[in-house]
Write a protein that binds this ligand. Structure first.
Ligand SMILES: C[S@@+](CC[C@H](N)C(=O)[O-])C[C@H]1O[C@@H](n2cnc3c(N)ncnc32)[C@H](O)[C@@H]1O
Length: 239
């Protein structure tokens, strides 16, 4: 069960290796189907797909409302199979650097890019963990990845990603609520990516405070839900 205490460096590395192994093996098979229109999913997976699509659609709507997609650069941190990056490229985004810890997820994202008919250079996919990301982007987006980060590590990551973002930072995470904690403790809710990796819920005020330290304040929020999916989405702007 998730805790909010920060694990030591060795434990952190071991946990990250576990997450990478999972998303390169059984997790890859599972999530590649959830993030697709395949009928080969059970009811829970179908609901997670629906909830996740709400998150992606909300982000795309915000980005389109902001306008000037061709003039902006994007970093999709923990991109999975490209569920955000591919439609964003389709909408004409200027440049997209998308990366994921799992080589298998990145390979699948490249395959989907090729199958989409979009020019290969429209999205630069690479295998990388969030910690290693560098560069400067107009907008940095990190969706449904913090489920693998305990509170202190997630806050550290928000500061890191904020340092890469010139104007805007968008993150989503499973929010801590007493009801969720209870449901989780009795195994009634599965808001996270797997039953085999640890899933952390996060306190929103800590995430907002970390973003403030990186120079960002919340601009818009939404709560995207479906049975078995519960995700807080926050758009931060600099200033
Ligand atoms: C639930 S999926 C979400 C994928 C994508 N952001 C989306 O919304 O479609 C979580 C992804 O986070 C990736 N991930 C987990 N820990 C990571 C880390 N430390 N660095 C980069 N990616 C990570 C996993 O490999 C997986 O592809």
């Amino acid at each position: 069960m998730a805790t909010s205490s920060a694990p030591d460096a060795g434990a952190k590395l071991a946990e990250k290796a576990e997450v990478r192994d999972y998303f390169n093996s059984t997790g890859f098979e599972r999530w590649k189907r959830i993030y697709s229109d395949s009928d080969d999913v059970n009811k829970v997976q179908r609901n997670i797909r629906l909830g996740h699509q709400k998150t992606v659609d909300q982000v795309l709507q915000w980005l389109q409302e902001e306008g000037d997609l061709p003039g902006r650069s994007f970093c999709d941190a923990g991109c999975g199979v490209g569920s955000l990056s591919l439609p964003l490229a389709q909408l004409g985004a200027g440049s997209i650097a998308a990366s994921d810890l799992s080589e298998a997820m990145v390979e699948e994202a490249r395959r989907r890019l090729e199958a989409s008919g979009l020019a290969a250079e429209r999205v630069q996919f690479s295998a990388s963990d969030l910690e290693s990301l560098q560069g400067r982007y107009d907008t940095v987006v990190c969706l449904d990845v913090f489920i693998h980060y305990p509170q202190a590590a997630a806050e550290e990551m928000v500061r890191h990603l904020g340092g890469l973002a010139e104007r805007r930072l968008i993150v989503s995470f499973a929010p801590y609520t007493p009801l969720l904690a209870l449901l989780k403790s009795i195994g009634q809710l599965f808001p996270g990516p797997s039953k085999t990796t640890r899933a952390y819920t996060l306190r929103e005020n800590g995430i907002v405070a970390a973003a403030a330290e990186a120079g960002f304040r919340p601009r818009r929020r939404s709560l995207n839900q479906a049975p078995f999916y519960f995700s807080r989405l926050i758009e931060f702007e600099r200033g």
